[in-house]
Write a protein that binds this ligand. Structure first.
Ligand code: COA
Ligand code: NAP
Length: 270
């Protein structure tokens, strides 16, 4: 059996792909030979990421779009399609997070996270669909452990990411007939990311997180990129509608230990 993962001649689009875990996914696909398009809100992040993609020898494209703006996303997809052609892989990873108790957040704060994470996933997948290769495309939504573990100070993210995983399952059913596979990846705590900076801001918090992971350490961006490459490859051609943790075993039990820590962080001044 040949275990080869090669994305030469393939087109990958990563929305929210200009920093952290999602940028790691975009660069991972570029290193495997794919042409890669990225979008996010800030032009300097888009430009820097396209430069990194091109520095690895791949074709890159980037433009600004906020996932809360369906029309802006549609324009981005149209331009990315013009630049690259049909999309073999579409990754939806934009998200917002801050630790806040329900009584410590406004209606707009809750709505903002749901709009970015959940409605954003609808917008990305809905606006991207016309440009997906049919049959053969792979859609990957980036979820979080909050989707299935309730946590204090994370009601907004828990609600939104649970919705993301249900979108994944529903889309796998609706688009299976087109030959499109749809899966979620649930990263565990990944070091050197904005998400971890917000949820574990001090060395003490980071040590607590590591102790709660069965493998006793945080993951690397590459760990998530490897899973995305596998899911998008022919090796996973009969895998659709799944939610796969890449978390060192965190989701077995340890992740709940974050809840009390986050409640304390939410009381700290903003
Ligand atoms: N606690 C409580 N409420 C908060 C908050 C906090 N720490 N941070 C922001 N909010 C509230 C704001 O006060 C505002 O509500 P209001 O209008 O009632 O005052 C609401 O959330 C929206 O904030 P705003 O700054 O206008 O939103 P934005 O669209 O500019 O940015 C965020 C979105 C808030 C999610 C911002 O943190 C962001 O851009 N995050 C992206 C990066 C990220 O979160 N990475 C980690 C991914 S896991
Ligand atoms: P990050 O670096 O902040 O990445 C977020 C990306 O999304 C950035 O490229 C950002 O760029 C973009 N983005 C944010 N809001 C957007 C919007 N409204 N429209 C378009 N793009 C937007 O965070 P990260 O920690 O690496 O997290 C990446 C993903 O992994 C998220 O889905 C997160 O929920 C998930 N995750 C992370 C961890 C972790 O340990 N970090 C754990 C579990 C799950 P701009 O600022 O330019 O918009």
């Amino acid at each position: 059996m040949a275990l080869e993962i090669d994305f030469q001649g393939k087109n990958v689009v990563v929305v929210g792909g200009t920093s952290g875990i999602n940028q790691g996914i975009a660069l991972g696909f570029a290193e495997l030979g794919a042409s890669v398009a990225v979008a996010s809100r800030r032009p300097e992040k888009v430009e820097a990421t396209v430069a990194l993609i091109e520095a690895s020898g791949a074709r890159g494209f980037g433009a600004c779009a906020d996932v809360r703006d369906f029309d802006a996303l549609s324009r981005f997809f149209e331009q990315a399609h013009e630049a690259l052609g049909d999309f073999d892989v579409l990754v939806s990873g934009a998200a917002g997070n801050f630790p806040a108790m329900v009584n410590g957040m406004s209606s707009n704060a809750f709505k903002t996270v749901v709009d970015i994470d959940l409605n954003g996933t609808f917008n990305v997948t809905r606006a991207g669909y016309p440009y997906l290769k049919k049959p053969g495309a792979s859609v990957i939504n980036i979820s979080a452990p909050q989707a299935f573990v309730p946590m204090q100070a994370q009601a907004h993210v828990c609600a939104a990411k649970a919705g993301v995983d249900m979108m994944t399952r529903c889309l796998a059913m609706e688009w299976g007939g087109d030959g499109i596979r749809v899966n979620s990846i649930v990263p565990g705590p990944i070091q050197g990311t904005e998400g971890m900076d917000r949820l574990a801001p001090t060395d003490k918090h980071r040590a607590q997180v590591c102790q709660s992971v069965p493998l006793q350490r945080m993951g690397e961006k590459q760990d998530v990129a490897h899973c995305a490459a596998f899911l998008a490859s022919g090796l996973a051609s009969y895998i659709s509608g799944i939610v796969i943790p890449v978390d060192g075993g965190w989701s077995t039990a340890g992740v709940g230990g974050m809840s009390g820590t986050l409640a304390a962080i939410a009381q700290m001044p903003r």
